[in-house]
Design a protein around this ligand. Structure first.
Ligand SMILES: NC(=O)C1=CN([C@@H]2O[C@H](COP(=O)(O)OP(=O)(O)OC[C@H]3O[C@@H](n4cnc5c(N)ncnc54)[C@H](OP(=O)(O)O)[C@@H]3O)[C@@H](O)[C@H]2O)C=CC1
Ligand SMILES: [Mg+2]
Length: 262
């Protein structure tokens, strides 16, 4: 039914291709009445952060990419040099200003995300905006001109007052919040004799060391826990789709291996 609306179809963006060579598009439903779409499709609209708890592993990156690309088009309708309208190409991978000749490509902001360990415990922090009880690995945007290594040292020093000794790359992920981030995930170690945390209260609500037992228990919680009023919130970690979860899981596995060997 929506396919009959030529303008809507023209505004969709190409986001990928299945193993069976079927093209995949993302479509901004714009002004369309949500309840009508929900009825037509037999589904409900869900906030993207909440949807990440429900999506299957291969769906989440596709949804994240579609949403990020559509949002980029919405906020790049005009050339920043001339103020003239920009025009998208057919697939939606770029926008051009005919007046200045500039071509604009979707951009991602590089971010480091770091799981700090002192050999026995790992350090997790929470921002005031996180849901109650949720702690994650520490993260921070790369400044202009910085290397990933420099950002890791600076962010850990700024946010918790610790000096990183060693760094090991783990993986990367596109993250659609707050705009489009390119998350570079690393494990880091600090000197076990210098573990006193000094939390930057502007950036973080709290940061503290967690034991393997605490982390193992939190990793088993697949849904945000229900926190009864008046009781301290239960500790939990980001969902499996978030690369923070992968870092925390890898650390727990390494610690368990270490325990088995000793
Ligand atoms: N996928 C995952 O597992 C996880 C992802 N994340 C993501 O990592 C990102 C970074 O973590 P966070 O601790 O917030 O970062 P930072 O520690 O760098 O702190 C955020 C502050 O950095 C400044 N800043 C610098 N560059 C940018 C930019 N390009 N975009 C937005 N703000 C910028 C802003 O402050 P000011 O305005 O004062 O300059 C902002 O308030 C977050 O977007 C978060 O969603 C975090 C944890 C887990
Ligand atoms: Mg941070």
């Amino acid at each position: 039914k929506l396919g009959k609306d030529k303008q809507l179809v023209d505004e969709s963006v190409l986001i990928g291709c299945t193993e069976e060579n079927e093209a995949q598009f993302s479509l901004d439903l714009g002004e369309i009445e949500q309840s009508e779409v929900e009825q037509l499709c037999g589904g409900v609209f869900v906030d993207l952060r909440k949807a990440f708890f429900l999506l299957r592993a291969h769906e989440a990156p596709l949804v994240a990419k579609g949403q990020a690309l559509l949002r980029w088009h919405q906020s790049h309708k005009f050339c920043s040099a001339t103020g003239q309208p920009t025009f998208r190409n057919q697939s939606g991978s770029q926008r051009v200003c005919h007046s200045s000749g500039f071509t604009y490509y979707p951009m991602m902001a590089p971010v480091v995300i770091v799981l700090v360990s002192d050999g026995n415990r790992c350090l997790l922090g929470r921002q005031a905006t996180f849901p109650p009880g949720m702690y994650s690995a520490l993260a921070g945007f790369c400044d202009m001109g910085e290397t990933v290594e420099e950002t890791v040292h600076r962010e850990i020093a700024e946010e918790v007052g610790l000096e990183v000794q060693s760094l090991q790359y783990s993986g990367s992920q596109h993250w659609p919040f707050p705009q489009s981030s390119f998350m570079v995930a690393c494990h880091a170690t600090v000197n076990p004799d210098k573990t006193e945390v000094s939390v930057d209260k502007v950036e973080l609500d709290d940061a503290r060391w967690f034991t393997l037992e605490e982390v193992t228990e939190a990793l088993q919680r697949k849904k945000p826990p229900r926190n009864p009023k008046g009781e301290p919130p239960t500790f939990w970690v980001p969902p499996s789709y978030a690369i923070a979860n992968r870092l925390i899981s890898e650390w727990a596995q390494q610690q368990q291996l270490k325990l088995k060997r000793s």
